[in-house]
Design a protein around this ligand. Structure first.
Ligand code: GDP
Length: 362
């Protein structure tokens, strides 16, 4: 399952948000694949298409995809030098696919800010700097080893070049994600386990009144996100905690009273999914409708591997229909009659919303 790590300075609302996530996790608790760990919340990725497909194939069982959200407490200025939880904190970030960076965008005199003032731009720089310093530190140690080994193994010279480029960029305050350009570099950089390459989603935490329109702070965050190719969303951690406590049937009305269509948490999950370049396809039958997560651009055999690695090896063909056709025409048989059930080979690039049956050898 994919992992997002929640980071942010102290007192910005991380725990409040994480508690709302844990409350939501209770809804996912029936799913056997949910592991329960104290600092990890597993949430279901909301997808309205599943129920529509289930109505057509007449199954009561929906198996959504999930996202794991890890609470990574302890980032303070100086973490890369071992302040606070320091290195332990940084090693947790290494394990996530994306970072959700909670930024304080609410005023409240009763809740002190570590720097004594609300300044989202500065808070963002503080965190990004810690990540870059940690990367710089690990790259400086790594390049020594690389240089030594490159004397015997000439292939390593390319890695040395890349390491030098990353070190000099980081020293100038440029995050590694901007320094690693070609596919070849991306492949090579995987083994460097860098933190400042992770995609970032800024969660601008506001008071309830500002959820819909934001405020001057959130506009600043939006500006920074746009300039750095990150994503952002406006969320009220406190309100999410309130929503999580409501019975499910009362939530739509409450959201509507706030001027929202979807809870912030659902928006967060969907934005993270999008940030990671992911999409969903479905398998559907009388047993269940199952959503599967794959990379955008994945070909059919890779998509099959989401179900089982044997499916990829033994892949023969994929029988594909678009969920919309299935819903509109009302049954698989009708889709077939309309000539809209396609038989696709290895090269087929799976699309978001495809409903697929794989044919494979075992
Ligand atoms: P953390 O240190 O980042 O985990 O922050 P917490 O989640 O513990 O929040 C710090 C304090 O800010 C708590 O007292 C929260 O109740 C409060 N808080 C969180 N979000 C909001 C908000 O949107 N508005 C206000 N006024 N207080 C908030």
């Amino acid at each position: 399952s994919l992992r997002c790590g929640i980071v942010g300075l102290p007192n910005v609302g991380k725990s409040t948000l994480f508690n709302a996530i844990t409350a939501k996790q209770a809804e996912a608790a029936n799913y056997p694949f949910c592991t329960i760990e104290p600092n990890v919340g597993t949430v279901l990725v909301p997808d309205e298409r599943m129920q529509l497909i289930a109505n057509v194939v007449k199954t009561p069982t929906l198996v959504p995809t999930t996202l794991e959200i890890v609470d990574i407490a302890g980032l303070v200025k100086g973490a890369s030098k071992g302040e606070g939880l320091g290195n332990q904190f940084l090693s947790h970030i290494r394990e996530v696919d994306a970072i959700v960076h909670v930024v304080r965008c609410f005023d409240d005199e009763n809740i002190i800010h570590v720097e004594g003032r609300i300044d989202p731009a500065d808070d963002i720089i503080t965190i990004e700097t810690e990540l870059m310093l940690a990367d710089l530190d690990s790259m400086e140690r790594r390049i020594e080893r690389l240089r030594k080994n490159a004397k015997k193994e000439k292939e390593l010279l390319l890695q040395v070049d890349l390491a030098e480029k990353i070190i000099s960029g980081l020293s100038e305050g440029i995050p590694a994600r901007k320094l690693i350009e070609t596919d070849e570099e991306k492949e090579m950089a995987k083994q460097f386990f860098l933190l400042s390459t992770k995609p970032i989603l800024f969660a601008a935490n506001v008071a309830e009144n500002d959820i819909v329109d934001g405020n001057a702070y959130t506009r600043k965050v939006a500006e920074i996100a746009a300039a750095s190719g990150s994503k952002m969303l406006i969320i009220s951690a406190k309100t999410e905690a309130d929503i999580a406590e409501l019975p499910e049937e009362d939530r739509p009305e409450f959201l509507e009273s706030l001027g929202l269509k979807m809870s912030g948490l659902d928006r967060l999950i969907q934005t993270a999914y999008d940030l990671l370049g992911l999409q969903t396809y479905f398998t559907a039958g009388v047993k269940e409708v199952h959503a599967w997560t794959i990379r955008k651009g994945a070909a059919a055999p890779e998509a099959a591997a989401a179900i089982h690695s044997d499916f990829e090896k033994g892949f023969i063909r994929a029988e594909v229909m678009f969920y919309h056709d299935l819903i509109e025409l009302g049954s698989e048989q009708k889709v077939k009659e309309a000539g809209k059930l396609r038989s696709e080979g290895k090269e087929y690039i799976v699309k978001d919303g495809d409903v697929i049956v794989f044919r494979f050898n075992v």
